[in-house]
Design a protein around this ligand. Structure first.
Ligand code: CS2
Ligand code: MG
Length: 409
């Protein structure tokens, strides 16, 4: 059995999804997602300019050897662009394998460990009252877990995932397609530290003990500040505190651990098991956030899940709206299987346009995600629909302190 061809598509409704379709001489095809938010053309070019011509003629069933060929076979390895390209190929090969077996993908991992997988939604408010309304909306829809992001009084601009004015949807739902030059957000750590712990306490008081409350610091704090924050919010009983510091300095996490028992989630910008290894083995985190999309696909991420299981670290895969329904499906199959599953970030992409482009039977009900029993990933790709979309240049904002110092987005 051989790979005969592969094509890459860039575009989609409100996002630039990068989709690969790998064809075989057995008439079965596989789908993969190489979307790297705001850098979408780069994994697409890696695929079309370098990788696809190597794939042609390979046996698609040898997904392990092909993964090793892609990763070890490259002298300059790793990084989000390459890992997104490898991940897309790997996901497509698992899709082919499961379709050949006539089984949903989770069966190839060892079957289901649960029916519905817990997901969390994104609530956001320009101020605390607005955030309470946003949380209540999700609770009313049956969500059991909600990430909460709030506008900070006196902050010069809205910050990560927070709308400018009350009543809007969170800012990270909306991609800025005004070009590749970023907007600037202004950040003030002191204002955040004074306001946010108490706001989280008020959310707990209002919604009671059962709601799982998550909060994303988005890499903004210094290690000592993060330790103080994690300690201050202990009475809130957060489900997790995400990215309290940038994870380049992984020893910084020790300070947070020494000062608090607040669960820590990190890894949405990681690309390899080696990025995760120290945090997992030293048990400095509670949830690993890597994504199938730029974490090298199913082969590599499954290895990370197994390592995490040895150290009581549960999964909490990245699921921002930048991932297409293809990698979200791959994660849904891993979530159905993983003995150390924790939670899945899930933002309903379910616009009619998105459903038309990526038809599937996966569904969300009462805050749980149910995986399709169709063979393979259980998601398809409609090329006729895809033809109407083209690449739109966009950018993440950059963050500066009030004196102009560049900070972490
Ligand atoms: C994030 C993302 O989902 C999250 O937790 O931190 O929204 C992140 O900002 C985007 O994926 C960046 O592309
Ligand atoms: Mg995050």
């Amino acid at each position: 059995m051989k790979i005969t061809d592969a094509q890459v598509f860039v575009g989609g409704p409100a996002k630039n999804y990068v989709t690969i379709k790998i064809m075989t001489d057995a008439g079965v095809y596989g789908l993969g997602d190489a979307t790297l938010n705001n850098r979408e053309t780069l994994p697409a070019a890696y695929l079309t300019d370098y990788l696809i011509s190597n794939l042609i003629g390979m046996d698609p069933r040898q997904s392990e050897d092909i993964w090793q060929f892609l990763y070890r076979g490259a002298y300059f390895r790793g990084g989000p662009i390459a890992m997104a390209a490898y991940g897309a190929i790997d996901t497509a090969l698992w899709d082919i394998k499961a379709k050949l077996a006539g089984m949903p993908l989770y069966q190839l991992f060892g079957g289901k460990s649960r029916d519905g997988a817990l997901v969390y939604a994104h609530a956001a408010g320009a101020d605390l009252a607005d955030l309470m309304t946003s949380i209540a909306r999700y609770v009313d829809q049956g969500y059991k877990a909600v990430r909460v992001q709030c506008g900070i009084p006196g902050m010069p601009t809205a910050s990560y995932a927070v709308p400018e004015t009350a009543g809007q949807t969170g800012a990270d739902f909306i991609t800025d397609f005004s070009g590749i030059r970023p907007k600037t957000e202004i950040w003030d750590t002191d204002k955040y530290m004074r306001f946010m712990p108490d706001a989280l306490g008020q959310i707990r008081d209002k919604f009671g003990p059962d709601l799982k409350i998550l909060h994303d610091v988005h890499h903004r704090l210094l290690p000592r500040e993060a330790a103080a924050f994690a300690k201050a919010v202990e009475p809130v009983g957060l489900y997790w505190l995400e990215d309290p510091t940038p994870a380049e300095d992984q020893d910084a996490l020790k300070l947070i651990r020494q000062h608090s028992t607040t669960p820590i989630a990190i890894g949405e910008v990681f690309n390899t098991i080696w990025d995760c290894q120290k945090l997992i083995e030293q048990e400095l985190i509670d949830f690993i956030r890597i994504a199938v999309t730029y974490g090298g696909g199913i082969t590599h991420v499954k290895r990370i899940v197994d390592l995490a299981a040895l150290h009581h670290v549960r999964t909490g895969f990245h699921g921002a709206p930048s991932h297409s329904p293809i990698s979200m499906a791959a994660q849904a199959h891993l979530n159905a299987w993983a003995p150390n599953f924790g939670i899945q970030e899930y933002l309903v992409l379910g616009t009619p346009e998105c459903d038309a482009l990526f038809p599937s039977k996966h569904y969300l009900k009462d805050g749980l995600f149910y995986v399709s029993d169709d063979p393979g990933l259980g998601v398809d790709f409609d090329e006729g629909e895809a033809a109407q979309y083209e690449y739109k240049p966009g950018s993440h904002p950059v963050v500066r302190l009030q004196d102009g110092t560049l900070w972490n987005y």
